[in-house]
Design a protein. Structure first.
Lengths: 102, 102
DNA sequence: TCAGTATATGTCATATTCGACATAGACGCG
DNA sequence: CGCGTCTATGTCGAATATGACATATACTGA
């Protein structure tokens, strides 16, 4: 997935189909982007729910505050690996992860 | 996650706890590794179920046969992004993905 | 106002992951 | 046997993601 492509997703508000068409993403690419965005939002929710700061979460997962901020703002340079690591580091379980995915 | 760490997971057969202790993984790191391995196995299952060769799946997802082979053999150089892309490219739905995760 | 805290954004050198390719082994079929 | 197909493994240069750091903004409360 091209960084320049998903970058533009941040100028959001569009419907998924429209964005996909505009960016020329395949169905699966689009699905993955949506999945990541959903999970990114879930990280913020899980973090704030436990009263953690971005810095605190970053420490838990061995990363840095700026990375956590990028996760939560939907930066396209963030891997699914890192998003899932962040989600689990909030204390969320694998079962909760499955619920977000499904 | 270090490649050298998960590499050794391939000499498998151990219980999760033991491997984790041996490799010095945190709980979350270990959970992520297990998650990836689960999903990697699911890719093979989904692919063969549809009678696709590794080459055919690779074409569908714009990758190469060797990458698909690495996915299915649990190679640690494979990102979660790529695993999920492969899984969806088999024709599996996001819902099915959630079921594997949960 | 000022200090402290939280979050956003940009950059950098380094590390990781990528697709592609070569090649080897296994298997079945003629 | 020889040939085609499928899968495994290793390696490459290129592409991408990483943590760290600097810095900007905003919002507290003293």
């Amino acid at each position: 997935m091209k960084a320049t492509k998903t970058k533009r997703l941040k100028a959001a508000g569009w419907k998924a189909g429209t964005v996909q068409q505009f960016l020329g993403l395949s169905d699966d690419e689009a699905a993955l982007v949506e999945l990541k965005l959903t999970l990114m939002a879930a990280v913020r929710q899980a973090r704030t729910k436990r009263g953690l700061s971005q810095t605190a979460l970053a420490q838990r997962m061995g990363s840095s505050q700026s990375r956590v901020a990028k996760i939560e703002t939907g930066d396209p340079s963030i891997s699914l690996d890192l998003i899932v690591r962040a989600f689990l580091a909030t204390g969320a379980t694998r079962r909760e992860l499955g619920r977000v995915f499904g």
